[in-house]
Design a binder for this molecule. Structure first.
Ligand SMILES: [Zn+2]
Ligand SMILES: [Zn+2]
Length: 283
């Protein structure tokens, strides 16, 4: 049974991602409106009331906007850290579930470990390392810099959803005020295409098969530019086998499917037995 990841929408106007494994359905952030989240779930054949739970990265509106209403209307518990619950904006959710940094939590078929990242929300911001039957998935949007914790947690994942927020040149010449530019480019702001490329060249684990680029700015980036910068970094490090998927704000991105790796098939055992014979034949 595959694990499926679908980014329902991503960017400064709202973020929501669905993870599925069998009957377990987990929303990571509900930053689109409740109605829009339900509508986009419908386009991939998922009933909103079938969602098991939602987990929240931080209390910025583009990650929380639809959470309370979605939670109450479809009876979906919302998991967030104590710090995020303390600064929760607006109406309350139907029920809270806990999350604690660096402590794994089992939610449905997923084992989720939140860990703190560098971002400027009022309370802590977390990224997620998710262990599934088909391997590890890392999700990190809204990170000013890639920390040592992020690099080590993401090293052995098969699938990464990571921020590729802005092109540094476009941000520099763009229309934002000097203070907003400094905030975005700062250590507690957002990850640029170039910073993600650096991560790809220096820290991408050999097990990573797919990179999903998220939280693209519509003002200071272009999907084609984010993709090209990432692909160039992959090619420069001999990793052009890694699939790149670019998310959008206004539509659902193609679903990424992770099939469970088969436990050592018989054919592999047979090859292992043949190996010494091949070696002796050529020596
Ligand atoms: Zn944020
Ligand atoms: Zn955000």
């Amino acid at each position: 049974m595959p694990v499926l990841l679908t980014v329902l929408g991503s960017g400064s106007a709202g973020n929501a991602t669905l993870l599925q494994h069998g009957e377990s359905r987990l929303l990571v952030d509900v930053g689109l409106s409740c109605r829009e989240t339900a509508r986009r779930l419908g386009t991939i054949g998922v009933a909103p009331e079938s969602v098991t739970a939602a987990v929240i990265t931080h209390a910025h509106g583009d990650h929380t906007r639809g959470a309370a209403l979605f939670s109450r209307r479809y009876e979906v518990p919302v998991h967030a850290t104590e710090a995020t619950r303390a600064v929760w904006p607006g109406p309350d959710v139907r029920s809270w579930g806990g999350l604690e940094c660096d402590v794994p939590a089992d939610i449905g078929a997923f084992r989720i470990t939140p860990f703190e990242v560098s971002h400027d929300a009022d309370a802590e911001t977390v990224a997620f390392h998710v262990e599934t039957a088909a391997g590890g998935i890392g999700l990190a949007t809204d990170v000013g810099v890639t920390t040592a914790a992020l690099r080590s947690r993401f090293r052995r994942c098969r699938l990464l959803v990571m921020e590729s927020n802005h092109a540094e040149d476009l941000l520099r010449v763009g229309p934002y005020s000097a203070s907003t530019k400094a905030r975005i480019a700062g250590e507690r702001g957002h990850l640029s295409n170039e910073a993600l490329a650096r991560f790809v060249r220096e820290d991408l684990g050999s097990s990573v098969e797919c990179l999903v680029l998220a939280h693209l700015s519509r003002v200071n980036n272009l999907p084609e530019l984010a993709e090209m910068t990432c692909r160039e970094a992959l090619e420069a490090s001999g990793r052009s086998d890694v699939r790149v998927v670019v998310t959008r704000q206004d539509r659902v991105t193609e679903t990424v499917r992770l099939d469970a790796r088969p436990a050592r098939p018989d054919a592999l055992a047979g090859r292992q037995i043949a190996l010494p014979l091949q070696v002796s034949a050529t020596s």
